[in-house]
Design a protein around this ligand. Structure first.
Ligand code: GLU
Length: 417
């Protein structure tokens, strides 16, 4: 059922859709539809009350033809093997479409971090780092933040790895705090690429993001930073939501105030002078730009016919199911796909890793300028392929670009043994 789309099947369908526009044999394509390996492990930690708790954790290394495996680690009760495999594959094509020298990986722990203390989460993260140690490394596989993880968890991962390896290796993870080897501009980077992708898309459509009405589903790091940066450009953020629901003001929300309200109260609900709305209401608002920035499968086959936005820029990974994607294409909705739109996070992770390897820090301006160059060049390349082929939408064109790059690296390597 599309409403419960398996994200791994979604990824494979997206690759199949692109295959019709590629001169790649089925044997090679088959390699690109499955991870190279998946670590599945049990993590046991002692709770603060002395009891034992056990968690399922995963790391999927999908493809390393273009460089070390790269991708985040997610803490969420919904984490499962199929989801991690899909997310690791999306990382491969994300890194390829923006042309940074990485393969793709992803990890996660099935845990609701809100139910655990900071010291319990530290023990859990260090337990995961111990399991990950043989598989990760500055040149092997480089974790980063994802849903419900951030600088704190990355600092713990780095510290555990370096202690066990008796070395310093800041490039073993990215998304660290600045004093632990993080990069200026990393926290805002994913939201910044969402803003840049939206700006480029509006420009391409001869429209101006500064005149647009915008709705954003999800107000974590990606959604809140995208809201701030689009608001700075003059766009009207009329609705935002989190898992408990959304707030709406047709004349435009005060974004800074909404962010403060969420920080102070834990949710957006109840922010002054706004109407409340559900996540489905938000996703079907008649706005110029819709940004799903929460989790997979936000826009399903049953919801897609009601989507009224002109342009969708995907802040989350996999927020639109393949069946919903077909409906949106038929409706003439332009979707800027996740693998380009949210690639700012991994792009600045790459800059962080380069700085770590060189032991030389960049200014925030330099980070932001280089990010803008990467995203605008990738967008131009995507549009060029879209216009030069019969691909039905920007997503399929993005996979055509990305798969060609991965296949080229694979074929140049030749086969061995
Ligand atoms: N978790 C982010 C993503 O899905 C960032 C990954 C990274 O920086 O390696 O793209």
């Amino acid at each position: 059922m599309a409403d419960h789309a398996n994200p791994f099947e979604s990824l494979q369908a997206q690759i199949d859709d692109a295959s019709a526009y590629l001169d790649v044999g089925d044997d090679v394509l088959e390699r690109l539809k499955h991870p190279e390996r998946v670590l599945e492990t049990n993590l046991s930690i002692e709770r603060d009350d002395g009891s034992l708790d056990v968690f399922r954790a995963y790391r999927s290394q999908f493809n390393g033809d273009r460089g070390p495996y790269k991708g985040g680690i997610r803490y969420h009760p919904g984490v499962n093997r199929a989801e991690v495999k899909a997310l690791s594959g999306w990382m491969v094509y994300k890194c390829a479409v923006v042309d940074i020298p990485y393969g793709g990986g992803k990890g996660g722990i099935a845990v609701d971090p809100r139910e655990y203390s900071a010291s319990e989460l530290e023990r859990l993260t260090r337990a995961f780092a111990v399991e990950l140690r043989p598989f990760i490394g500055e040149n092997q596989d480089i974790p980063a933040p994802d849903v419900n993880t951030g600088q704190r968890e990355m600092n713990w991962l780095k510290d555990t790895y370096e202690t066990l390896e008796n070395t310093t290796a800041p490039g073993v993870v990215t998304g660290k705090a600045i004093d632990s080897g993080g990069s200026a501009g990393r926290v805002a980077a994913t939201g910044r690429s969402v803003m840049l992708a939206a700006r480029e898309a509006f420009d391409w459509l001869d429209r101006d993001l500064a005149d647009a009405t915008v709705a954003i589903q999800g107000y974590g790091n990606v959604g809140s930073q995208a809201a701030r940066l689009i608001d700075d450009l003059g766009g009207d953020i009329v609705a935002v939501s989190d898992s408990s629901g959304g707030i709406y003001d047709p004349s435009g929300l005060a974004v800074g105030g909404a962010t403060d309200h969420k920080r102070e109260t834990g949710s957006l609900a109840g922010y002054a002078n706004t109407e409340s709305l559900t996540n489905d209401d938000l996703l079907t608002l008649d706005v110029d730009l819709l940004i799903p920035a929460a989790l997979e499968n936000a826009i399903t086959e049953s919801l897609a016919p009601d989507v009224a936005a002109d342009v969708i820029v995907e802040g989350a990974n996999g927020p639109i199911t393949p069946a919903a994607d077909d409906i949106l294409t038929e409706q003439g909705v332009y979707v800027v796909p996740d693998i380009l739109a949210n690639a700012g996070g991994v792009t600045v992770s790459y800059f962080e890793w380069v700085q770590n390897r060189q032991r030389f820090s960049w200014t925030e301006d330099r980070v932001n300028d280089e990010l803008e160059r990467v995203i605008t060049e990738a967008f131009d390349g995507l549009v060029e392929t879209y216009e030069a082929t019969d691909t039905p939408n920007l997503r399929t064109a993005a996979y055509v670009v990305a798969i060609q790059r991965v296949v080229s690296a694979f074929q140049q390597g030749g086969s061995w043994p």
